[in-house]
Write a protein that binds this ligand. Structure first.
Ligand SMILES: Cc1ncc(C[n+]2csc(CCOP(=O)(O)OP(=O)(O)O)c2C)c(N)n1
Ligand SMILES: [Mg+2]
Length: 266
């Protein structure tokens, strides 16, 4: 669907204005925690306006204020969350700001440890698969988070089961004060997708139209089922079971083939 540029601009500029206000409030001691979204507005608006609000799921990056606005959270909702008020729709005042969450808007709850929500998002997508819905889960995280082993596990299992999920790395080339050259030998992280048998592309995250178009392509692919990964070369006829599989057959890495070839099996 064509992006309504007026609407996208409204979402992005609202996010930027709110962001500046929140920063000043936190710096003047009137709020306890601010998480700038400056520079991430086009990513948030681009993907948020590509999702079907309240139908698809999103496990967002904490800098995705623009995406939350695009999905339907109001500035009032966001400030209730920012000030940790009872009517905060994200966490009822029990989480710091930018720990997004909303059942109504399909937003998976964020935790402090980063980026735990990546695996949680894959679990949500697994749920959609079990229920047979056409919902897609969008999972966004930072370039620093992308270096965590948990992300590898999440992407691997999502690819194996061809889950309806999109992984979006919001690469600002820093993990707090650590530059990305000290986090990854290759700056362009999208190339990693090939290692999982998934399509991947790099997009200019400051270009809302480019992000929106790429998001629509990725969402269409996710709904259709991601391509299966290339078949790997296994260890031939060796016994691939673990000791815990003994006597029960069929389990572990080897599945049925390992059972037939095993030495200690039934
Ligand atoms: C497991 C864990 N380690 C450290 C932190 C502290 N921490 C919060 S944000 C952050 C930087 C993450 O960088 P990146 O993923 O690139 O996101 P960005 O802030 O650059 O958007 C760190 C280290 C954390 N929240 N969780
Ligand atoms: Mg970063």
């Amino acid at each position: 669907m064509t992006l309504n540029l007026d609407h996208a601009y409204h979402v992005m500029s609202t996010a930027r204005h709110m962001d500046q206000r929140m920063w000043r409030l936190a710096r003047s001691g009137r709020a306890h925690f601010a998480v700038p979204c400056a520079g991430h507005e086009a990513i948030g608006a681009g993907y948020g306006l590509a999702l079907r609000p309240g139908h698809d799921f999103v496990a967002p990056h904490y800098r995705d204020l623009a995406a939350m606005l695009a999905l339907g959270l109001t500035p009032r909702d966001v400030f209730l969350h920012f000030f940790a008020r009872r009517d905060d729709p994200c966490a009822h005042g029990r989480q710091p700001y930018a720990h997004w969450g909303s059942r109504r808007h399909g937003v998976v709850s964020l935790q402090g440890p980063q980026p735990n929500h990546v695996t949680h998002g894959v679990g949500v997508a697994w749920g959609s698969r079990l229920l047979g819905t056409d919902q897609v889960t969008w999972i966004a995280f930072g370039d620093g988070g992308a270096q965590k082993g948990e992300v590898h596990e999440a992407m691997n299992i999502a690819a194996v089961h061809r889950l309806p999920v999109v992984f979006c790395v919001e690469n600002n080339y820093y993990t707090q004060s650590v530059p990305s050259r000290l986090e990854s030998a290759r700056p362009e992280l999208a190339v990693r997708a090939a290692g999982y048998g998934m399509p991947g592309e790099s997009v200019d995250g400051m270009d809302v139209e480019a992000v929106h178009e790429a998001a629509e392509r990725a969402l269409a692919r996710a709904r259709a089922g991601a391509p299966a990964p290339e078949a790997g070369c296994g260890p031939g006829g060796r016994d691939r079971r673990g000791s815990d599989d003994g006597g029960r057959g069929g389990g572990g890495m080897g599945g049925g083939g390992a059972r037939r070839r095993s030495r200690g099996g039934p």
